[in-house]
Design a protein around this ligand. Structure first.
Ligand code: SF4
Length: 150
C-alpha cells in the first residue's frame, strides 16, 4: 500500500478521537484504507511523496497525478498539493527516511511514537488545535498497542 506519511497520522489521530471512517463526498478511499491499516499493523507500506492509495477515486486527483484541491480553511487558500508535499518532506526529514521507503505499519508507528510529543508541531493542520491533535495521536497509538497507557 502506498501512503503519504501524514495521511497515516491523520488516520491514527482521528481513530484516537473515536472517529468512524465513512465514505467522503470527495469520493476518495480514506475509509477503505483506514480499515485496512487499523486491522493489520504488519501491513507493508511504501511511504510516498505523491498521490497515494487514499487519493484513489478522489474527484480532486487530476490525470497528471496532482491534487487540485485547496486548503479551504485559509483565506487565501493555498494549494493542497504544495502544502502536502512540504508537510511530508518535513516528516521524511524528521524520521530520516528516504522517499519510497517500505516498512511495516507497526515500524512506522513506533517511529511516530518515539516523536510523541513533538510531532504534533509538524503535523497539525491549519486551524486544527495542536493539543487536540496530540491527544488523538496518543490515544490512537495506545488503542493500537504501540504506546503504553499512562
Ligand atoms: S490529497 Fe487531494 S487528491 Fe488526495 S485525497 Fe486529498 S483532496 Fe483528494
Amino acid at each position: 500500500m502506498q501512503l503519504r506519511p501524514h495521511h497515516i497520522l491523520d488516520i491514527i489521530s482521528n481513530f484516537g478521537k473515536g472517529a468512524e471512517f465513512q465514505p467522503h463526498p470527495y469520493g476518495h478511499s480514506l475509509h477503505i484504507v483506514a480499515l485496512k491499516l487499523l486491522s493489520d499493523l504488519d501491513l507493508k507500506i511504501k511511504l510516498v511523496l505523491n498521490a497515494d492509495d487514499i487519493c484513489k477515486e478522489c474527484k480532486h486527483l487530476m490525470p497528471d497525478g496532482k491534487c487540485n484541491d485547496v486548503l479551504g480553511q485559509l483565506n487565501p487558500s493555498p494549494s493542497k498539493q504544495a502544502y502536502n508535499d512540504v508537510l511530508d518532506c518535513r516528516l521524511f526529514d524528521l524520521f530520516a527516511l528516504k522517499i519510497n521507503t517500505v516498512l511495516t505499519l507497526r515500524k512506522y508507528l513506533e517511529m511516530v511514537n518515539d516523536n510523541v510529543p513533538g510531532i504534533e508541531r509538524i503535523c497539525t493542520h491549519p486551524k486544527e488545535d495542536q493539543e487536540n491533535r496530540l491527544k488523538g495521536l496518543m490515544a490512537g497509538l495506545i488503542k493500537l498497542g504501540v504506546r503504553k497507557p499512562i
